[in-house]
Design a protein around this ligand. Structure first.
Ligand code: NAP
Ligand code: 8YV
Length: 319
């Protein structure tokens, strides 16, 4: 029997290729360029492995497509509505990255408050010996009230890690979560009003677009700190930059940006931001686990008609 054809899109993790190459026929397209397939190629494709974008037009141009396996828990790059219309399964990589992303969030929070990045640069530049101790950090985690915008798989892990830091914890989600004793706020406005530290870990959806804007930042207040590890989409970057410059809030730590990999140059000049190039899950061990889940979903589908981690919107039909 001929091997199922999988189209690899974007800069796909090498382990995905390694594990798929024996059992599947792999079609690769040059990264960063439009996907151009012959008619025969298009009709041969039964699966897609992707780290990035799958537009509806591409889905519609592949008549025999059965499954899209997304590398990443956030699957906002995939046109899920178009996939569902065509009865195409979409899978993502939840759970296996929760701990890594939560660890990174705590590191980014501490780095933003205590400016360890600047302190290390100071040491490396030989300034400690010449000029004496590094300046005291104006901000600290001591006594903070932290609000989570999102308390799902990753938000829950962030909250658990915050507990031993002895900070007060609250959250806003659309539905109140059972089994947690953090204070619930029914609106983002109410959460921002109550806390001084806001951690954004919601998905990219129409509802979360630029939800963190000038009004929310003003509510956080002059001691306020924003940490974004969700999607850049959820923050109005112009409003954030203005708030950081004017002292409307005190500092921000960002792992994600509106138009990655472009980072607004204005952030580089601000001493009160800590910037990371979307690395929250980027360790070898965690990215390998994500790659394995991409492959397990594809193998499961083509061997037994089952997938481990379908996204909620997907039609989970048996072959
Ligand atoms: P999840 O388990 O689905 O949790 C999402 C949380 O957001 C839930 O608590 C949900 O609660 C809440 N939420 C969704 N829409 C909301 C809205 N409009 N208003 C308020 N709350 C809302 O997802 P996850 O696995 O924790 O991942 C979350 C996101 O993190 C991903 O989608 C991805 O974009 C991002 N992420 C980033 C990195 C990185 O490298 N920086 C890594 C992994 C994930 P309700 O449904 O009750 O509202
Ligand atoms: C990855 C992420 O950096 O899982 C997600 O949603 O944002 C990150 O873990 C990204 O998916 C890699 O393409």
């Amino acid at each position: 029997m001929s091997k199922p054809v999988i189209l690899l899109l974007g800069k796909i993790h090498p382990r995905v290729v390694e594990r798929l190459q024996d059992g599947f026929h792999l079609l690769r397209t040059p990264p960063g360029q439009p996907v151009v397939l012959s008619e025969d190629e298009a009709s041969s494709v039964r699966g897609i492995a992707v780290a990035g974008v799958v537009p509806g037009a591409l889905i519609d141009s592949l008549p025999n497509l059965e499954i899209i396996a997304n590398f990443g828990v956030g699957y906002d790059g995939v046109d899920v509505a178009a996939a569902s219309r065509r009865n195409v399964i979409v899978t993502n990589t939840p759970d296996v990255l929760d701990d890594e992303v939560a660890d990174t969030t705590i590191a980014l929070l501490l780095n933003t408050l205590r400016r360890f990045h600047s302190a290390e640069t100071y040491l490396r530049e030989g300034r400690w010996e010449k000029e004496g101790p590094f300046a005291l950090s104006p901000l600290s985690l001591r006594g903070r009230h932290v609000g989570l915008y999102g308390l799902g798989r990753i938000g829950g892990e962030i909250a658990s890690r915050l507990r031993p830091f002895k900070v007060k914890i609250g959250y806003h989600t659309r539905s109140q979560k059972s089994g947690v004793d953090y204070d619930y706020y029914p609106t983002l406005e109410a959460l921002a009003e109550a806390v001084d530290t806001l951690i954004c870990i919601v998905p990219k959806t129409a509802e979360t677009h630029k939800a963190i804007n000038a009004d929310i930042l003003k509510r956080l207040g002059p001691e306020g700190v924003l940490i974004n590890v969700g999607r850049g989409w959820s923050v109005d970057e112009d409003d954030l930059m203005a708030a950081l410059k004017a002292g409307t809030i005190a500092a921000a730590g960002l792992d994600v940006f509106y138009e990655e990999p472009k980072v607004p140059a204005g952030f580089f000049d601000l001493p009160n931001v800590s910037l990371l190039p979307h690395v929250a899950s980027a360790s070898v061990v965690t990215r390998n686990a994500m790659a394995d889940l991409v492959v397990d979903n594809l193998i499961g589908w083509f061997e037994s008609g089952t997938v481990k981690t379908p996204v909620p919107e997907t039609p989970v039909a048996k072959k």
